[in-house]
Design a protein around this ligand. Structure first.
Ligand SMILES: NC(=O)c1ccc[n+]([C@@H]2O[C@H](COP(=O)([O-])OP(=O)(O)OC[C@H]3O[C@@H](n4cnc5c(N)ncnc54)[C@H](O)[C@@H]3O)[C@@H](O)[C@H]2O)c1
Ligand SMILES: O=C(O)[C@H](O)CO
Length: 348
């Protein structure tokens, strides 16, 4: 039996969740605003539960070691957010480049007196360099959108080579050249600093862990071009937000598009006043298809674990779980600690 939390509050506290778990609970679907660690996993274990899923692909709010201690499977929802999130990152890139929000406010304030040569002049993207830090699922999808959509050249930094992305850009460059146009190029940077120095637009798509916490700090902001655009649809703490506010104040031509914030739901003091910042409330995965898909994958993670299903073998191929016309595979779509728990892998 699935109990849906019907509490009016939108963000549940640890105490709220403990009272909802009660004395008997087989599994929980949670969200990224919840602190899943020793306290909650011990409560779930005491209630007989062995299954949890975040309704998110990111799971930095989950202490997986604590889950392992209590033998609780931790699910997440990869793949179903990729294009939706990349499209918002592209939207923020374009909105920042062409100062859309400033211009909209200008019109609504009745300040428009007619066309002028210098009115809201912004950045042309064609032929410029787009930088991606974290070229995984979403970072690669964003890179492809910016390269193919705006003929930008790519520089990326990741711990792993993004071979498919490189092949895509190479092929698209060959297509352009064959048609008499300037080919696009790609470059795998040897450091993230190289991306920061060379790119005109930089989008952040790494996971949040101790290696990416405050990845963008005062020193690295100073490395970026004075008129660069920085976009963050990963996690807020990837950027030292206080340093960012200071940088925005000192560099009015530098612009940011932010979907996530260091102390969500709050912004650091001063950020809301910056006209060279576009800020939206963690909506990058907010398309109907994606949010329904996230809920489906999270539910199937928990249900599958309760039913004793094996773990799906390819978390980059979750489409079989999202097809409304057929029953989902008898497997858990994505369990991040499956190896630690020794869970069997599906042969489907
Ligand atoms: N704003 C939103 O609503 C939203 C939506 C979806 C995902 N996200 C965030 O985006 C993250 C990425 O999602 P994904 O599906 O692309 O994950 P992914 O695992 O496919 O990609 C993450 C990439 O980051 C790279 N990486 C890890 N540490 C790094 C480092 N120190 N330097 C550079 N690269 C590093 C990894 O190698 C990987 O390629 C999620 O973990 C989540 O936090 C946010
Ligand atoms: O990590 C995720 O999946 C997102 O932040 C949810 O929108």
């Amino acid at each position: 039996m699935f109990q849906i939390c019907t509490q009016k509050k939108t963000i549940l506290s640890v105490e709220d969740i403990i009272s909802l778990i009660g004395n008997k609970c087989d599994g929980v679907i949670g969200q990224l605003t919840e602190d899943w660690g020793e306290t909650l996993f011990s409560a779930l274990s005491r209630a007989g539960g062995k299954a949890f899923s975040n309704m998110a692909v990111g799971y930095n709010n989950v202490d997986v070691n604590a889950a392992n201690k209590y033998g609780v499977a931790v699910g997440n929802t990869p793949g179903v957010l990729t294009e939706t999130t990349a499209e918002l990152a592209a939207s923020l890139s374009l909105s920042a480049a062409r100062r859309i929000v400033e211009a909209d406010n200008f019109m609504r304030a009745g300040l428009y007196d007619g066309w002028l040569p210098h009115l809201f002049v912004g950045n042309l993207l064609k032929g410029q360099t787009v930088g991606v830090i974290g070229a995984g699922r979403i970072g690669s999808a964003y890179a492809r959108m910016m390269v193919e959509g705006f003929k930008m050249n790519l520089i990326y930094y990741d711990l792993y080579q993004a071979t498919r992305l490189e092949k895509f850009v190479t092929a698209y460059g060959q297509f352009l050249k064959a048609n008499g146009e300037q080919p696009v190029t790609w470059k795998r940077a040897s450091s993230m600093e190289e991306v920061l120095r060379e790119a005109d637009v930089i989008s952040l798509h790494p996971i949040l862990d101790k290696t990416t916490y405050h990845l963008i700090n005062k020193e690295r902001l100073a490395m970026m071009k004075k008129e660069a655009i920085l976009v963050n649809c990963s996690r807020g703490p990837v950027i030292h937000e206080v340093a960012l506010v200071e940088h925005l104040k000192a560099n009015p031509m530098f612009r940011v598009g932010l979907d996530v914030f260091e102390d969500e739901p709050y912004m650091k003091p001063g950020l809301a006043d910056m006209k060279n910042a576009i800020v939206v409330p963690h909506i990058a995965s907010a398309s109907k298809w994606t949010r329904e898909g996230m809920a489906t994958l999270a539910a199937l993670n928990v249900l599958g674990k309760i039913k004793g299903y094996p773990v799906w073998s390819d978390t980059n191929r979750v489409e079989p779980f999202l097809d409304e016309k057929s029953r989902p595979p008898a497997a858990c779509p994505s369990i991040v600690n499956s190896k630690s728990l020794g869970l069997p892998v599906s042969k489907l």
